[in-house]
Design a protein around this ligand. Structure first.
Ligand SMILES: Nc1ncnc2c1ncn2[C@@H]1O[C@H](COP(=O)(O)OP(=O)(O)OP(=O)(O)O)[C@@H](O)[C@H]1O
Length: 297
């Protein structure tokens, strides 16, 4: 199918390979054959079915799907908040699948994997100044206040915020500023992997572009990112690869430009057709309904 998309919509010339990164045999995230169920007995429902996904160090992967497709369940399982019924999760080479609460707490304290919520207010304590919110993860690790504050200033600079925001409360910041502080906070511990849930959907277009640029720089600097979104268009230009979730199964995974310009699965074609920012003609309503009713794969 031709999408009518500009060939450079994903940020690179057609046919060009993703820039080579230093080879690291150990993926930042490796999810294999993941099944997740909610509920018990007759109310038991499968939310993820055989999901396998690997994210290399420094790679940015967009996980795209409509509401209820299982995006949050995948993130929550990677973070140890939901237990899978089958499959495995490795974070930074460490098999965390059977970790209990105590080992998860220790892993979170080390800050190997971080999560940024869709609503940045959820990532920031409303009763703490921006400075205290930023330095908290390092203080918990036993690091000194001076070192933590210096790092907070340098990360604020990295997300293009002035350090006079340090003394403010989250309620005194704009939505875009709060989202950038949430990103800076997630980076304080030097994580291998950051999962961002709808990182730009609450932002206006100017902030959206800026935050996506910042995320792109983080990927280039070696942090592995998973961008969760219902909108393929909002992450297509930032992600190296796109993974498409449909009814809990990954129906297509590929280089972002291939998924956008040459979607192989009918559901991906629906998403491309539904993404206003990709400037393509919308699929008509009847066709979209038909595609949505595709059998689970
Ligand atoms: N705690 C829960 N108990 C029972 N079912 C759940 C629970 N959380 C999610 N589900 C179900 O699992 C499926 C996947 O939900 P999930 O929240 O992962 O989807 P999503 O793609 O993140 O959706 P959204 O974009 O709306 O956040 C849905 O059918 C949902 O109703």
């Amino acid at each position: 199918m031709t999408t009518g998309l500009p060939e450079d919509v994903t940020g690179g010339p057609p046919g060009a390979e993703t820039p080579a990164r230093p080879a690291d045999p150990r993926p930042a995230l490796e999810v294999t054959g993941l099944d997740v169920h909610y509920g018990r007995g007759r109310g038991r429902r499968r939310a993820l079915a055989g999901v396998s996904l690997s994210v290399a160090p420094g790679e940015t992967v967009g996980v795209i799907g409509e509401t209820g497709s299982g995006k949050s369940t995948l993130a929550r399982t990677v973070l140890g908040l939901v237990r899978p019924s089958a499959g495995s999760v490795r974070v930074g080479g460490e098999d965390v699948t059977r970790y209990g609460n105590r080992r998860w707490r220790a892993l979170r304290r080390r800050g190997v994997v971080q999560y940024v919520f869709q609503d940045p207010l959820r990532s920031l304590d409303p009763d703490l100044t921006i400075e205290d919110s930023l330095i908290e993860p390092l203080l918990i690790q036993g690091r000194g206040r001076a070192e933590a504050t210096a790092r907070a200033r340098s990360l604020l600079d990295r997300v293009r915020l002035r350090d006079d925001l340090l003394a403010r409360m989250p309620s005194e910041l704009s939505g875009g500023q709060r989202q950038r502080v949430a990103v800076a906070r997630a980076l304080m511990s030097g994580p291998e992997l950051v999962i961002l849930d709808e990182p730009v959907s609450a932002l206006d277009s100017a902030n959206r572009v800026q935050v996506l640029e910042i995320l792109k720089e983080l990927g280039a600097a070696g942090t592995a990112l998973v961008l969760i979104s219902h909108d393929l268009g909002s992450v297509a230009g930032t992600a190296d690869r796109i993974a498409v979730l449909h009814h809990g199964a990954l129906v297509e995974t590929g280089a972002a430009r291939d998924v956008v310009n040459r979607p192989a699965h009918p559901y991906t074609r629906l998403l491309v057709g539904s993404a206003p920012t990709l400037r393509t003609a919308s699929a008509d309503r009847a066709r979209r309904e038909a595609l949505r009713a595709l059998p689970h794969t």
